[in-house]
Design a protein around this ligand. Structure first.
Ligand code: SF4
Length: 886
C-alpha cells in the first residue's frame, strides 16, 4: 500500500499521520506535530477493526436499504415542515464532522429547509471563545499559531489540562522550555498533570476567572505596562474596561479575596506577565465551559489588547479547541447562531448567502442552541431531529432529560459508526463511515486546514455523512443544489463562498482554493487560512500584527466586565467535569482498546479528604453522587489535588461502560448568556457513601452487560479475548446469586457448560469458572467489601483457551505469587509499564530524570503522554529520600 498522509481524528491539535503497510505513525512533515503522537493517536491502529460497527441502515430496529431509509427521512422531515413549519425540525451535529460534512448539513438546514436549527456539540466545547472573539475582534479569529509556543518566554495556561487534553502541543511547549527556559503558569482550581511542569500553579476559586484577569489589567495599568500607542491606533473601550476592572478588583487583597489565591502568588503572576513581552495565554474548556465563559475569555483578551501583545511572534491569546474539527465547523456556520463562512444573520449576509446558494427560502434568524434545542424537543416544538456523529444522551447537560426528550420525539434519526446510548433511542439509524474511511478536510486550533484521507473501505454499506445529507436534500427536492459528487466538490463551493463578495471585510477567506482540481485537492498540503485570491494578501501565520480588526472601524474592542464568583450551597460540592489522559469523548473508540483502558480503568470522583471526612467517605469507597437531575455511582478518589468544596468526574463513561456513571445526568443546564455554552464545570451535587457488602471480578468471553439491578454497581473494561467487569453489591450475595441459573446468567454460560467452583463460606470468598469442553468461557471471583480480589490477569490470560486440570486449580485458588499481586496502576500505556515498576527503578537505580527512566524502562519514550506522571514519581521519590527517617 502506498503511504497515505492523513490527520488524527481526536483533539484540536490536528496531528498529521502517515499510514502504510499496516503501520501508522506521526507525520514528520506535518507542522502541527512534526512526527509526534500522544497515547490516543499512537493507538489509532488498534481502533481500525473494532467490533460492533454499524453496517446497515435500520428502521425501527430492522435492517433496511439506503433508499428506504433516506426516502423515509426526507418524507418525515418534509411532512413535519409542511405541518409545523421549518423550526419544527433540527440537526444536531459534531466537531467530529469533516468540514465537507458540516457544509452540506448546514446548507440544507439554513439554506433550503429555512431554519437556523442546526447546532453542534462544539457548543459544549468552545462556543464561549467564539463569542468572545467576535465581541473583541469582530470575527471568530485565533490570531496566533503553534510556533508561538516555541517563541514565548511566558506561557499562561488557564482552564487547560494541556498535558492530557492537547498532549502533543504540550510536548512542543516542554521541548521549547528546555531550549529557552520558557516559564509556565497554570491557572486551574485543581492540581492537574500539567501542573507538574509549571513554575507556578494558581488554584483559583472556580468561577473567579474574570476577577483574576481584571486584577491583572489593573496591575498592568498601575505598572505602566499599557501600550498606549497601540491602543490609540487599534483598540476601543480601554478606559471603560479599566474602570470596570478597578471597580471589580480595586486592590491585590480584593483580588486575592475574590480568587482565593494568596496575594504573594498573585503578585508573582502579575509581575511575570507585566515584565514579559513574549507572553501567550492559552485557554480551553476550564474557561469556556462556564456560565460566564464569554466574559472569562474577554477578560484574557482585554489584557493582551491593552498591552498590544497580539499577532507577533511568541505572544497573544490562543484558544485550544477540543475537537478535531471544531474550527472547521465554525468556518461553515455549524453553530446555530452563525450563517456560513463567518457570516451572520444580518440582512446583508443573509442576502449574500441566499444569492450564492440560490436559496430563496434561507433562514433569516439564528436557530436554537444545543441546550435550547433539546428543550424544544422535550416540549414538542421540534418534532423531527437528525443527530450525527455525537452522543447527546451522555454528553449533554441533564442527559436524563435529553433521553426522555428523544424517547418522546416523533422522529429521531441518528447517524454514527458505532452503536451508542443515542442510537438506542433512534427510529432510524444510519451507518456512518468512520475516520479511516472518510475523505475531506479539518481545521485545527491554529487555523490550519489539513486533509483527512481515507485509507480503508467502509464496512458493510456505511457511507460518509456528507453523502447522507446530500441524498436527503435531493429527495426533499433540492437535487441541483446538492449535486456534489465528492468532498472536493463541496470544498470548492465552501472556498468560493468564503470569497464571495469579500474584499477583505471577512478574514475567513480561502478563495485561493476555490478552483482546486480534484488532483490538487487530493494533494493539498496543510495550510493556514486566510488564503484569499487577492494578490495583495500577505502571510497568514499570524493575524492582527498591524491591527486591521474586522470591525466597522477596524479597531478591536476591549469589553468592560463585572466580576462575581458563584456561590455554592454549603452541603454540596461543585462538580467539575473533564477528560482523562487516554480516553476520547464517550469512549466509542478508545474505550474498546484494552491498553488505553489501563491508565484509568473505572470512573471515579476525585474529592478533597476534608470533604470526604465530613461525609464519612474513605479512599476507594463507593459513593452516590446526586442532585435534582440525576444520580451516579462510582468509587471515591481522595486527593488534595482537589480544593475543599470541589469535586471532579471524568466525562467519558456511558451506560455501556458502567452501570451508573454518566456525568451528563448530573450537569445542570446553566448556560453562558452570550454564547449559550453550558456550564459543565459548576453543578452542585451531594455525595454520600454507599454501603457495599461484597466485591466481584468477572472476566468472560461475552460482552453482554450484567442485568440491571440498582443494588449492583459495575464497570466494564475490554480485554483481548473478552470483557472484564468489576462488581460491587449493596444487597447480600445470596439475593443476587439466587440459583445456579442466576449464576450462569451472570457468567453468560449455557446450562450445558461445565461449572466449577471454590468457596470459603467463613470468609465469604467464592470463585467460579465456566468451561465449554476445556475452554475457559468465564471466571468470577467474589469477596467481602474491603478484601482483596485476585487480579484479572490469570482469568484474562486463559480466557477462551483450553486449560489443564492443574491450571483450573490455579485459576480458582489464585495461588501463584503473580496472581496475588496488587492491581497495576499503568502509567505508560504504550509499553504497559505500571507505577510500581517505575518507582522501583527510580529507587533502585537512582534514576533522576525522565530521560533516565526512558533509557532504563522505555517508559515515556514513545508518545510522551505519561511524562508529567513520570515527573511526579521522580518528585515523590525525592521527597521520600529527603524525609527524616522515622
Ligand atoms: Fe491526536 Fe493526540 Fe495529536 Fe490530539 S495530540 S491530534 S489526540 S495525536
Amino acid at each position: 500500500m502506498n503511504e497515505i498522509r492523513t490527520t488524527c481524528p481526536y483533539c484540536g491539535v490536528g496531528c498529521g499521520l502517515r499510514v502504510a503497510n499496516g503501520t501508522l505513525k506521526g507525520d514528520v512533515s506535518h507542522p502541527a506535530n512534526y512526527g509526534r503522537l500522544c497515547s490516543k493517536g499512537a493507538a489509532l491502529k488498534d481502533t481500525l477493526d473494532l467490533p460492533d460497527r454499524l453496517h446497515t441502515p435500520t428502521i425501527a430496529g430492522r435492517d433496511a436499504e439506503w433508499d428506504e431509509a433516506l426516502d423515509l427521512i426526507a418524507q418525515k422531515f418534509a411532512d413535519t415542515i409542511r405541518d409545523h413549519g421549518p423550526d419544527s425540525v433540527a440537526f444536531y451535529v459534531s466537531g467530529q464532522f469533516l468540514t465537507e460534512d458540516y457544509y452540506v448539513a448546514n446548507k440544507l438546514m439554513k439554506g433550503f429547509i429555512g431554519s437556523g436549527n442546526i447546532d453542534t456539540n462544539s457548543r459544549l466545547c468552545m462556543a464561549s471563545s467564539v463569542a468572545a472573539h467576535v465581541r473583541a475582534f469582530g470575527e471568530d479569529i485565533v490570531p496566533g499559531c503553534y510556533d508561538d509556543l516555541e517563541e514565548a518566554d511566558l506561557v499562561v495556561l488557564t482552564g487547560s489540562n494541556m498535558a492530557w487534553c492537547h498532549p502533543v502541543l504540550y510536548q512542543r511547549l516542554i521541548a521549547a522550555r528546555e531550549k529557552r527556559g520558557t516559564k509556565i503558569i497554570v491557572i486551574d482550581p485543581r492540581r492537574t498533570s500539567t501542573c507538574e511542569t509549571a513554575d507556578l500553579h494558581l488554584a483559583l476559586k472556580a468561577g473567579s476567572d474574570v476577577a483574576l484577569f481584571s486584577g491583572l489589567l489593573v496591575h498592568l495599568a498601575s505598572s505602566n505596562a499599557i501600550d498606549e500607542t497601540w491602543i490609540a491606533d487599534h483598540v476601543s473601550g480601554f478606559a471603560e474596561t479599566l474602570e470596570a476592572a478597578w471597580e471589580a478588583t480595586p486592590s491585590l487583597d480584593a483580588t486575592a479575596d475574590a480568587t482565593g489565591i494568596a496575594p504573594a502568588d498573585l503578585q508573582t503572576f502579575y509581575d511575570m506577565f507585566t515584565k514579559t513581552e513574549r507572553v501567550m495565554t492559552l485557554y480551553s474548556q476550564g474557561v469556556n465551559q462556564s456560565s460566564t465563559g464569554t466574559d472569562n475569555v474577554n477578560a484574557v483578551l482585554n489584557c493582551h489588547l491593552a498591552t498590544g501583545r497580539i499577532g507577533r511572534a511568541g505572544m497573544g491569546p490562543f484558544s485550544l479547541t477540543g475537537q478535531p474539527n471544531a474550527m472547521g465547523g465554525r468556518e461553515v456556520g455549524g453553530l446555530a447562531n452563525q450563517l456560513a463562512a463567518h457570516m451572520s444573520f444580518n440582512e446583508a449576509d443573509i442576502n449574500r448567502v441566499s444569492r450564492f446558494w440560490s436559496a430563496p427560502n434561507i433562514a433569516t434568524a439564528a436557530g436554537r442552541k444545543a441546550v435550547d434545542l433539546f428543550d424544544d424537543i422535550a416540549s414538542g416544538k421540534i418534532k423531527a431531529v437528525w443527530i450525527a456523529a455525537t452522543n447527546p444522551a451522555v454528553s449533554m447537560p441533564r442527559a436524563g432529560d435529553v433521553r426522555d426528550a428523544l424517547k418522546a420525539c416523533p422522529f429521531v434519526v441518528v447517524s454514527d459508526a458505532w452503536p451508542t446510548d443515542t442510537t438506542a433511542l433512534a427510529h432510524v439509524v444510519l451507518p456512518a463511515a468512520a475516520w479511516a474511511e472518510k475523505d475531506g478536510t479539518v481545521t485545527n486550533s491554529e487555523r490550519r486546514i489539513s486533509r483527512q484521507r481515507a485509507f480503508r473501505a467502509a464496512p458493510g454499506s456505511a457511507r460518509p455523512d456528507w453523502w447522507m445529507f446530500a441524498q436527503v436534500a435531493s429527495r426533499m427536492g433540492h437535487a441541483d443544489a446538492f449535486a456534489f459528487q465528492s468532498p472536493a466538490d463541496i470544498f470548492r463551493e465552501h472556498a468560493a463562498l468564503s470569497a464571495f463578495e469579500n474584499t477583505g471585510q471577512r478574514l475567513f477567506d480561502i478563495g485561493a482554493l476555490a478552483n482546486l482540481s480534484n488532483t490538487d485537492y487530493d494533494a493539498l498540503e496543510p495550510l493556514q487560512w486566510p488564503q484569499p485570491k487577492r494578490a495583495s494578501s500577505t502571510g497568514s501565520t499570524r493575524l492582527f500584527t498591524r491591527g486591521g480588526f474586522p470591525t466597522p472601524d477596524g479597531r478591536a474592542r476591549m469589553i468592560p466586565l463585572a466580576s462575581s464568583t458563584p456561590k455554592r450551597a454549603p452541603a454540596t460540592l461543585r462538580l467539575n467535569t473533564g477528560r482523562i489522559r487516554d480516553q476520547w469523548h464517550t469512549m466509542t473508540r478508545t474505550g474498546r482498546v484494552p491498553h488505553l483502558m489501563a491508565h484509568t480503568a473505572a470512573p471515579l470522583i476525585a474529592m478533597n479528604p476534608l470533604d470526604a471526612q465530613m461525609r464519612n467517605i474513605g479512599q476507594d469507597m463507593l459513593v452516590r453522587i446526586s442532585n435534582a437531575h440525576g444520580t451516579a455511582l462510582m468509587r471515591a478518589n481522595l486527593t488534595t489535588d482537589q480544593q475543599p468544596g470541589d469535586a471532579f468526574m471524568p466525562m467519558h463513561w456511558t451506560d455501556e461502560f458502567a452501570s451508573a456513571a454518566v456525568v451528563g445526568k448530573l450537569v445542570a443546564s446553566n448556560v453562558d448568556p452570550v454564547s449559550g455554552q453550558p456550564d459543565l464545570k459548576g453543578s452542585d451535587v451531594t455525595v454520600t457513601p454507599v454501603e457495599t457488602l461484597w466485591v466481584g471480578r468477572l472476566v468472560r468471553i461475552s460482552s453482554a452487560l450484567p442485568d440491571s439491578d440498582e443494588n449492583i454497581f459495575w464497570t466494564k473494561t475490554p480485554n483481548i479475548s473478552g470483557t472484564a467487569f468489576e462488581l460491587s453489591g449493596s444487597s447480600p450475595l445470596n439475593t443476587v446469586i439466587t440459583s445456579e441459573s442466576a449464576l450462569r446468567r451472570l457468567l453468560q454460560i449455557p446450562a450445558s457448560a461445565e461449572l466449577v467452583s471454590y468457596s470459603d463460606p467463613k470468609k465469604s470468598v467464592f470463585r467460579y469458572a465456566g468451561f465449554t469442553g476445556e475452554r475457559l468461557d468465564a471466571c468470577l471471583y467474589l469477596a467481602p467489601e474491603g478484601a482483596a480480589l485476585p487480579p484479572r490477569d490469570l482469568a484474562e490470560t486463559f480466557l477462551s483457551r483450553a486449560m489443564s486440570p492443574l491450571e483450573r486449580i490455579s485459576l480458582l485458588a489464585a495461588a501463584t505469587p503473580a496472581l496475588t499481586a496488587a492491581p497495576k496502576e499503568v502509567i505508560c500505556s504504550c509499553f504497559g509499564i505500571d507505577a510500581a515498576r517505575i518507582k522501583a527503578a527510580i529507587r533502585d537505580h537512582n534514576l533522576a530524570s525522565v530521560g533516565e527512566i526512558g533509557a532504563s524502562l522505555k517508559a515515556g519514550t514513545n508518545c510522551g503522554s505519561c511524562i508529567p506522571e513520570l515527573k511526579k514519581l521522580l518528585q515523590q521519590n525525592k521527597e521520600t529520600e529527603m524525609a527524616p527517617a522515622k
